[in-house]
Design a binder for this molecule. Sequence first.
Ligand code: HSE
Length: 310
Amino acid sequence: MVKKVEIFCPATVANVGPGFDILGFALDAPGDIICLERTTEKKHIIQNDSEIDLPLNPEKNVATVALDAFLSSLNSNEKFHLTFKQKIPAGSGIGSSAASSAGAVFAANLLLEKPYTEADLVPFAMKGEEVASGSAHADNVAPAILGGFVLVRSYEPLDILGIPSPDGLYCSVVHPEISIATADSRKILKTSVPLKTAITQCGNVAGLVTGLITGNFRLIRDSMHDVIAEPIRSFLIPEYDRVKKAAMNTGALGCSISGSGPSLFALSENKDTAEQIGKAMESVYSEARIGSKVYVSMVNMKGMKVLLEE
Ligand code: HSE
């Protein structure tokens, strides 16, 4: 019987331009590293060995909220000792809460000898997202668990589809050193959109998905436009227009807000271009004297990685 697992839970880019709440993909880096062990304690124990602050109260931590949803579906009273060894900063826009929620349920499923398939775990991880942001969206947790690009075709009932992504597709992410709470950046969105806006957005989502499936980079570029969230949320992000322009001028296929921000991501056709885009985005922030971190990654097709099982 496995007593202890340590897993890498990847960061994710949600929305991917026009796919608000319905498209996302996993990155190779950064990510959380979480270790889970069974405990005989009466409640879950959260140990933070990372450099990032996180709630140690199991009722407030998204990982243990997701874990409890998973355990109660199994009528299990099992308790776990969770150690966060590495943590994506909260409010970064690259799926920090998703990595913790998804990672915890993925690890617990391994310890309990896989009562669920990976796809079955998504709704439990969504409970963590609900606590973090007030909305149980799946566009971060699903790619974190399943890897690759995913489309949430429907929420009721939940229907999640893996979408192939073209060889060579790279992503550059820049995270300016500010944090934005997803709950706040959801509150500022309009709750209804004009028909014309909806038509434009639907066309772009369909074009983007078709471009990904057929490996058509021109179509991906033509479709990477968000007319619903980006025009409103971009005001929350310092130097947004300049960073986006720098990415586009360096050969990006498209550039938009990663999740609810403040990170921006850009897609490109190869690693060299992705690295140059990363530098171009970072230099806008350094000129503006804003610290930032850049990550260049392929689409991570695997999702979670088991680092240790004993
Ligand atoms: N789809 C979500 C949003 C992702 O944009 O609010 C953030 O976690």
